[in-house]
Design a protein around this ligand. Structure first.
Ligand SMILES: CC(C)NC(=O)[C@H](Cc1c[nH]c2ccccc12)NC(=O)[C@H](CCCC/N=C(/NCCC(=O)O)S[C@H]1O[C@H](COP(=O)(O)OP(=O)(O)OC[C@H]2O[C@@H](n3cnc4c(N)ncnc43)[C@H](O)[C@@H]2O)[C@@H](O)[C@H]1O)NC(=O)OCc1ccccc1
Length: 225
């Protein structure tokens, strides 16, 4: 039976009230990537970075999954074969929508990470500079997210899933950040049928067999059902 692999981006959470990165007034319009989403930025000004992620953590905690998240969870339940969801998003709206085993390749807002010993724990709503690690007590707690220049999480598992995909779908992503933006090529190489669902054609739209345009809360349930 056909294995489905799905990659999601900020666009799937936009209608849940979580800003995307590159759209008008998006996160990157308000903040310089270099300052808030790089290890160098964190070393330079950890207070600024914690403020950025604390605000997003509080916002994400109040957000509700939308019809697109729900539809993917339903597909996972009803499809007779494996449906794998890989997300670039650091919110947990897929899980809140009922999805299982979601692969967070860029980490999660809900997690804290010790930059000294690698210990992970549940992040408090507001992380503070110098927060001690519960394992080694080093004052080097950081958000458990993948910053630019850092290796994304679960890459081996992701490449295995892409190699076995019969259907690859990219939903709500602009296709501008790597290695996620290259997953469509990995999937095509293993003979998968590829479809993009987005508000507008992404940077990599021409690489897909099919492009379905529209808001995720309309396009995704229609594609699933
Ligand atoms: C800017 C870009 C050129 N730079 C990179 O890609 C860099 C460098 C790089 C690596 N390889 C390259 C090759 C070429 C060029 C550059 C590179 N990549 C890295 O540094 C990565 C690490 C990148 C991760 C950075 N962290 C993020 N997030 C976590 C933190 C945080 O969230 O704060 S990235 C962050 O931005 C990206 C945003 O993209 P989208 O989610 O697509 O969001 P965007 O706003 O752009 O687009 C939204 C889309 O939705 C649509 N939309 C809007 N509303 C709706 C709606 N309602 N319905 C449907 N669609 C909608 C819009 O039309 C739009 O198309 C996401 O990945 C998101 O996680 N690490 C790495 O490469 O390690 C080595 C390596 C290499 C190979 C293999 C293994 C390792």
């Amino acid at each position: 039976m056909e294995k489905i692999v799905i990659l999601t981006g900020a666009g799937i959470s936009a209608e849940s009230g979580l800003g995307t990165f590159r759209d008008e007034g998006g996160l990157w319009a308000q903040h310089r990537i270099e300052d808030v989403a790089t290890p160098e930025g964190f070393a330079r000004d950890p207070a600024l970075v914690h403020r950025f992620y604390n605000a997003r953590r509080v916002q994400a905690a109040e957000a509700q999954p939308n019809a697109a998240h729900d539809a993917l969870a339903r597909l996972q339940r009803d499809w007779p074969s494996e449906v794998v969801i890989i997300t670039q998003n650091v919110d947990n709206l897929h899980e809140a929508g009922g999805a299982q085993g979601v692969i967070h390749m860029h980490g999660t807002l809900a997690g804290a990470l010790c930059a000294a010993c690698g210990h992970r724990w549940t992040a408090p709503p507001e992380m503070a500079v110098g927060e001690p690690c519960p394992a080694c007590a080093a004052p080097t707690a950081r958000p458990d997210v993948v910053w630019f220049g850092e290796m994304p999480y679960h890459m081996d598992a992701i490449y295995d899933h892409l190699a076995g995909a019969s259907i690859f779908a990219a939903i709500g992503t602009s296709g501008q950040v790597y290695p996620a933006a290259a997953f469509v090529h990995e999937a095509m190489m293993s003979g998968a049928r590829t479809v993009e669902l987005n508000l507008e054609p992404s940077t990599g739209a021409s690489s897909f067999d099919e492009v379905i345009l529209g808001p995720a809360t309309e396009a995704v349930p229609r594609w699933v059902d």
